[in-house]
Design a protein around this ligand. Structure first.
Ligand code: MG
Length: 270
């Protein structure tokens, strides 16, 4: 399966956006916010932020599903009325505080142990970020990222396994996580069911978003009109546009897509 550009699916997107029980869900980094040298420097574009604010007033639910900590995700976007799911579905920003899944919190000590051991073998340029329920190792700035994955990556995987944890790979990042069957796909699925949606759209750009793109197909098989948009970027995995239903060229193209969805929704609600 190969995705088509969203502009070629305007009829379909318009039809989704005008359904009363339509929800919009998106990743943040690389999708609504350009990739920055460090996660701290990343910022949602003013255009995407404004469109989310407008859509939140017109749709039953607008949600962000990110690998970031829920508190960081909320702080980066800082809009009321949005659902903020962090740590790939392991935690949520609810009523001004972070609520984590208890089955993941049980691995906190193991994660801290693994963190200390991983820290000891990291070369200059690599950063281990403690995300509470998970650990992210950013290696964008090491001398040879490919060599880093092939050598240190294996060590990191061994350390994770020794502590009963699992390793996931993303764009210039390795993620150590508790062995809990939660990902962006299950988070997307839960939100669609919780809000009793008949239509939904998910946008993402990275390997961790593939589970949500796959969930869109699962939901369709169950009668929900759910579709996935893959956002292309320089180091985006090829699977993104293979697994997605539609693709967008970059963060600026996502602004165009959200503007279109907003326009269609407004036209139907007046
Ligand atoms: Mg992303």
């Amino acid at each position: 399966m190969t995705a088509i550009h969203w502009q070629q699916a305007k009829d379909k997107l318009q039809q989704l956006a005008t359904q009363p029980h339509f929800g919009l869900f998106s990743d943040l980094d690389g999708t609504l916010a350009p990739i920055a040298p460090t996660p701290e420097e990343a910022a949602i574009t003013p255009g995407n932020r404004q469109r989310l604010a407008d859509l939140a007033e017109l749709l039953p639910v607008v949600g962000l599903i990110s690998g970031r900590r829920a508190a960081s995700l909320q702080a980066k976007v800082d809009l009321p009325g949005l659902v903020y799911i962090g740590n790939h579905g392991l935690e949520q920003w609810l009523g001004g505080q972070v609520v984590g899944l208890p089955q993941a919190a049980a691995y906190r000590a193991a994660l801290q142990q693994a963190h200390a051991e991983i820290e000891a073998i990291l070369p200059p340029g690599a950063i281990a970020e403690d995300k509470g329920l998970t650990l992210s190792i950013h290696y964008r700035h090491v001398q040879d990222p490919r060599e880093f994955v092939l050598t240190r990556g294996v060590h990191i995987q061994n350390i994770a396994q020794q502590h009963g944890l699992t390793l996931f790979t993303g764009k210039m990042v390795l993620e150590v996580r508790p062995p809990v069957q939660v990902d962006k796909g299950t988070a997307f699925y839960e939100l669609v069911r919780e809000h009793k949606l008949s239509a939904a759209l998910f946008l993402g750009d990275d390997i961790s978003d593939l589970s949500a793109l796959e969930t869109a197909r699962t939901l369709r098989a169950e009668g929900v009109e759910a579709y996935g948009v893959g956002v292309r970027s320089e180091d985006a995995p090829a699977e993104i546009t293979e697994q997605a239903d539609y693709w967008a060229a970059d963060v600026a193209d996502v602004e165009e897509l959200l503007a279109f969805v907003l326009m269609a929704r407004r036209a139907s609600s007046t």
